[in-house]
Design a protein around this ligand. Structure first.
Ligand code: NAG
Ligand code: NAG
Ligand code: NAG
Ligand code: NAG
Ligand code: NAG
Ligand code: NAG
Ligand code: NAG
Length: 427
């Protein structure tokens, strides 16, 4: 049975987090360059509101409109982009990226990152839904079914149907809960990860996992099946040859973002996740001196897990053994501990061992980042090829599980200027 352990508080928190994410995503595009946004005065706003009940003066057009120097929104609303733009996502436009390609570092997968065109090439019309768009099916049914016409892609089902990502079923997309690495369904795979992190005695939740970052999430079935354990997952994947996988995830009602591990830090603060998960995520963690593993190190909480289910962890052919050796050396230099390697998965723990990190830094095995500036905003920051030393006071500070976690004051908040205020005492 799937019990949805979502209390309303958690729901609100997630909603706020999503709003903040959406907000930060769009501020980059809409308000990025100090140009003024002209909004109609309140009198004309109420006029347009009243005209929506009567329809005489509603004059919006379907027309491709680009951003002008000072954005102006007409009194009666905005223009609607042509239907062919129904898949348009700001700063993820394949034809613009093709134009940029000669300037991008493809060996670092820079082409998968966000690239915003110059101001005058940014659309400024409302993106229309596809033809025959229907109100999305509600959770929990949407975990398994969404309307076929709401996500007008077929390529993913064609190439990934055999791995049980998604199948077409008449008017619906059906998600059997599989993935490239877990063809037989995410629940069994998740149980195995629980066994591996607890010596067969518990599940991921009892291993202390509450927040997960899923790298290269596909249609995000992993996240969907962690919910019954009350584990919250942020999933991301690039908009790549598989078309937009994230659109399936979002249509299912699973939180996800278009993003990639390439040249920039992910937009999350240091120590955000109890687990970073990659199953066949097609990220070359061993390349470039392990700079992407160092980003994972930044994102992981002390004693957090890095779960790696990919061919180098289990195959002996091609150059997989060499890649595995590189991963072992890089993770050892960062003082991670390989705690389990079985079936097709390897799991490391980001151990809290300050002296090990200092020692490896002194021996030039790894770079230690300059004076800890982990309160700096990670949005659009280049990756750093170094690891941080933990604050000494944090060494013994392991967060408890929820609900206690929601109300404790973590001292790191102090560094970003958040001071606890005790308004009243319940006792
Ligand atoms: C909108 O306009 C149409 C045709 O002009 C009219 O039949 C309809 O009643 C109007 N709707 C409202 C809500 O005024
Ligand atoms: C791409 O990045 C790699 C790794 O940092 C670097 O060695 C290479 O010179 C870069 N290539 C270009 C074309 O900038
Ligand atoms: C889906 O896209 C195709 C072209 O890519 C188009 O012909 C078709 O009308 C679209 N279907 C819907 C439901 O929007
Ligand atoms: C996990 O461990 C339990 C108890 O030891 C066992 O019954 C179960 O089959 C294991 N699950 C997997 C997927 O290995
Ligand atoms: C599992 O057992 C091994 C060997 O007894 C031990 O070293 C390891 O710390 C245990 N791991 C967990 C998560 O309890
Ligand atoms: C890993 O480290 C060992 C010992 O320092 C070294 O001999 C080996 O060449 C390294 N392997 C790779 C693939 O870098
Ligand atoms: C920390 O690292 C040092 C140096 O690698 C090692 O000697 C020590 O045993 C480690 N401590 C723990 C608690 O693992």
């Amino acid at each position: 049975m799937i019990s949805l352990a979502f209390d309303s508080k958690t729901g609100q928190l997630i909603l706020i987090a999503l709003l903040v994410m959406i907000g930060s995503f769009y501020t980059g595009t809409l308000f990025g360059n100090n140009s003024t946004l002209l909004i109609p005065s309140s009198s004309s706003l109420s006029e347009s509101e009243s005209s929506s009940s009567g329809n005489s003066s509603f004059r919006n057009k379907v027309v491709l409109t680009y951003r002008t120097k000072t954005i102006s929104i007409h009194e009666v609303g905005m223009n609607v982009c042509p239907l062919t733009y129904n898949e348009y996502i700001p700063c993820h436009n394949p034809s613009y990226i093709k134009e940029l390609l000669p300037k991008l570092n493809v060996s670092r997968r820079e082409e998968l990152e966000r690239h915003c065109p110059p101001l005058n090439k940014r659309l400024f019309c409302l993106v229309p839904p596809p033809i025959d768009y229907k109100l999305p099916i509600k959770w929990p049914t949407s975990r398994d079914y969404v309307w076929r016409s709401n996500v007008n892609h077929t390529h993913l089902a064609e190439v990934k149907g055999g791995q049980n990502w998604v199948h077409e079923q008449n008017q619906l997309w059906y998600f059997p809960g599989g993935g490239t690495h877990f063809k037989h369904g995410a629940p069994e795979y998740i149980q195995r990860l629980g066994n591996m992190t607890t010596n067969e005695t518990g599940d991921l939740r009892s291993a202390g996992v509450v927040t997960v970052l899923d790298v290269g999430c596909g249609v995000a079935s992993f996240s969907a099946y962690l919910l019954p354990l009350d584990i919250q997952t942020m999933s991301f994947a690039p908009k790549d040859g598989h078309e937009n996988q994230i659109q399936f995830a979002l249509e299912r009602g699973i939180g996800a973002m278009i993003s990639s591990l390439s040249t920039k830090q992910l937009p999350y603060p240091t120590s955000s996740f109890d687990m970073v998960h990659c199953s066949r995520c097609r990220v070359d963690f061993h390349e470039n001196d392990g700079i992407l593993l160092k980003e994972v190190d930044r994102l992981l909480r002390p004693n957090g897990y890095f779960v790696y289910s990919a061919p180098p962890a289990y195959r002996k052919d091609k150059d997989y053994p060499l890649i595995w050796d590189k991963l072992v050396n890089l993770t050892a230099a960062m003082c991670w501990k390989l705690t389990a390697r079985q079936v097709q998965t390897a799991i490391w723990v980001k151990q809290e061992n300050r002296s090990c990190r200092m020692q490896n830094g002194d021996n030039m095995l790894v770079n230690i980042c300059d004076a800890v500036d982990d309160s700096k905003i990670s949005w659009n920051s280049p990756l750093k090829n170094c690891i941080q030393l933990s604050h000494e006071r944090e060494d013994k500070r392991i967060l408890p599980l929820r609900p206690q976690r929601l109300s404790i004051y973590w001292e790191r908040l102090h560094d970003i200027g958040i001071i606890p205020v005790y308004v009243y005492d319940r006792h």
